[in-house]
Design a protein around this ligand. Structure first.
Ligand SMILES: Cc1cc2nc3c(=O)[nH]c(=O)nc-3n(C[C@H](O)[C@H](O)[C@H](O)COP(=O)(O)OP(=O)(O)OC[C@H]3O[C@@H](n4cnc5c(N)ncnc54)[C@H](O)[C@@H]3O)c2cc1C
Length: 402
């Protein structure tokens, strides 16, 4: 019996676990998924949660039902790759288990330890809080609990200013969602470059018009040096008042992999080879935002679009290895940058495999439908995976049948 531990029940960890449980069944492997929370967090929709939208609650036990994957709810504290063990924190999970959920693992007095033969690391990333004051005073889109806290803070404001730092796609989705859902608030976007600077000119012009229509105040070319309890300080000393500050400027991996002695890049992501195995510890695979994966165009950046194929790729690679076969190299190319602009508008920029913009883009109703399909596709994919029905090509990855 091979014990396979998947750390992280986000988009990529769930994908890898379900795929692997199905593929490795004939080899007698046992797949266990460890996640800090009993619920699956739709990170793609956290800006909707912040705006106060009530979203479907996905218990991981329901998501995994019938897949053969065992669920352990607990927070990973340390990994020992020499002993092939993972130690969990002995504290309670992120929030009480939903009815019918797996119980938190172990008792509170003794930190539980899980052993493994093969590990898939899918713990994602957290907001980079290196600017002073971010950790203490800014809201972030790292998990459901923190985002609900933000939403409750916004509920208390009958007027006032919300400052969003970062003009990347997360920042744009946040300001448009908030400006639409909470029109009584002044929403300010502070960004170094132009909002959505990775998009093509026409899509970006559409995005600019949406920001203007929704009354978002955009200040480009600014650098925030400090976050204060009631505002932010800019590089030139100017203070901007804020009743709630949201930080979306970048992410970094958790320190767990580096602390375990795994080879990591400058952002703490596990460096993997072309079959998604750690270059320093071949029993460990890494996927999603937590992995530094090199393709022809360079190192992949964290998206669900790229992350889900890495989950499938790592599962296939590990299953092939268990069967004594040589897995093919992982190949991926981007296809789009889907951006919601509130609930009533969206813009989809189609891209080349290296994520540079093509000419084509979608707007309006077609874009809203496209974006919603993208956001709900992981849940649909998992249902298909559990039934052994897998699209032959998933965003550029040749996946084949389970
Ligand atoms: C508001 C927003 C909108 C986005 N929109 C898009 C989009 O439109 N398209 C797109 O492609 N990408 C989008 N992204 C990026 C996308 O959400 C991430 O790339 C994706 O979530 C990465 O998946 P993952 O499985 O690697 O990590 P995650 O989804 O973050 O999952 C990590 C999991 O690990 C768990 N975990 C963390 N630490 C521990 C621990 N110590 N112990 C146990 N469990 C732990 C977490 O609870 C979580 O379940 C968006 C992100 C945000 C914030």
């Amino acid at each position: 019996m091979t014990d396979i531990l998947v750390l992280g029940g986000g988009y990529t960890g769930v994908t890898a676990a379900i795929r692997l449980a199905r593929k490795a069944r004939s080899t007698g492997a046992r797949v266990t998924l460890v996640n800090a929370s009993p619920r699956f967090t739709e990170r793609l929709r956290l800006h909707q949660t912040a705006a106060g939208e009530r979203l479907a609650d996905h218990a991981l036990s329901d998501v995994l039902a019938g897949s053969g994957v065992e669920l352990v709810v607990g927070r990973v504290a340390a990994i020992d790759p020499e002993l092939r063990q993972v130690r969990l924190h002995s504290d309670a999970p992120e929030r009480p288990a939903l009815d019918g959920d797996a119980a938190p693992h172990g008792d509170a007095a003794e930190p539980p330890v899980l052993r493994y033969d093969k590990l898939i690391y899918a713990l994602g990333t957290v907001t980079d809080a290196t600017v002073p004051g971010v950790a203490e005073h800014a809201h972030v889109f790292d998990d459901y609990t923190a985002t609900v806290r933000l939403s409750r803070r916004l509920d208390t404001l009958t007027r006032g200013t919300v400052v969003v730092a970062g003009g990347g796609l997360t920042g744009v989705e946040a300001v448009t969602e908030l400006a639409e859902a909470r029109p009584h608030l002044r929403v300010v976007l502070l960004t170094r470059g132009r909002p959505g600077s990775m998009m093509g000119q026409a899509a970006r012009a559409y995005l600019d018009r949406a920001l203007e229509r929704l009354g978002v105040e955009v200040r480009s070319g600014v650098s925030i040096t400090k976050v204060l309890p009631d505002g932010v300080e800019l590089g030139d000393g100017e203070l901007i008042h804020s009743d709630a500050t949201i930080w979306t400027t970048g992410t970094r991996a958790l320190p767990l992999a580096a602390e375990a002695g795994l080879s990591v890049d400058a952002r703490g992501r596990i460096v993997v080879d072309e079959v998604l195995r750690s270059v320093s510890h071949p029993d460990v695979y890494a996927v999603g935002d937590a992995a530094a994966i090199t393709q022809k165009f360079g190192v992949m950046h964290g998206t669900c679009q790229g992350g889900i194929p890495t989950g499938l790729g790592a599962a296939d690679s590990l299953a092939a290895t268990l069967r004594g076969r040589t897995p093919p190299p992982f190949r991926f190319g981007y296809v789009h940058q889907p951006v919601s602009l509130g609930r009533k508008d969206a813009v989809i920029q189609f891209t080349r495999p290296d994520d540079s913009p093509r000419r084509g883009y979608l707007t309006g109703r077609a874009a809203i439908a496209y974006k919603e399909t993208v956001s709900s596709s992981p849940i649909t994919l998992w249902k298909l995976l559990k039934r052994g029905l897998v699209p032959v090509r998933v965003f550029g990855l040749t996946a084949g049948r389970a």
